[in-house]
Design a protein around this ligand. Structure first.
Ligand SMILES: Nc1ncnc2c1ncn2[C@@H]1O[C@H](COP(=O)(O)OP(=O)(O)OP(=O)(O)O)[C@@H](O)[C@H]1O
Ligand SMILES: [Mg+2]
Length: 131
């Protein structure tokens, strides 16, 4: 598996390389979408240009985007495909941060999200069978 090249913060800003953060867990209902939306909102309020990428075929983040009211702080796009790591550089070129809301399974889409990311966050429920 080819990992992303490590890029310094300064180089990132000059070359407009986004920081990519995936929120993944094979378990469903652990808070992936909730965290993705809230982190995206917090960063957008700090004047970062943010893209939220919905990599879950269920499309919960897209549903949230369709239902939201008021100022749209960041765009949400759906890409539940195993080609995320290939397509993201072109799609996300002008953003500071990309958040990937992951699917509740380990399969090629999650693998692609990991390959596209600088950082993977794994939220867990505080129960013995979840950790
Ligand atoms: N920190 C939290 N404390 C309590 N409830 C939470 C928290 N985060 C999320 N929830 C609730 O847990 C449920 C599942 O959250 P969410 O949809 O974000 O999980 P998910 O991991 O994205 O699920 P899926 O795998 O189905 O996409 C929702 O009802 C949400 O409101
Ligand atoms: Mg979800």
């Amino acid at each position: 598996m080819r990992s992303r090249k490590i890029v310094s913060t300064t180089e990132r800003r000059i070359r407009k390389v986004p920081k990519v953060i995936a929120i993944l867990n094979q378990k469903g209902g652990v808070g992936k979408t909730t965290l993705a939306v809230h982190i995206a909102t917090a960063l957008a309020r700090k004047k970062r240009s943010v893209l939220l990428l919905d990599a879950n075929p269920q499309g919960s983040a897209l549903d949230w985007a369709a239902a939201r009211h008021g100022e749209k702080l960041f765009p949400v796009i759906g890409l539940p495909k195993s080609s995320i790591h290939k397509e993201l550089p072109a799609v996300a070129a002008n953003f500071d941060v990309v958040l990937i809301d992951g699917p509740p399974r380990v399969y090629d889409v999650a693998r692609s999200a990991i390959m596209a990311s600088d950082l993977v966050l794994v939220p867990v429920q505080p129960s013995p069978y979840d950790v």
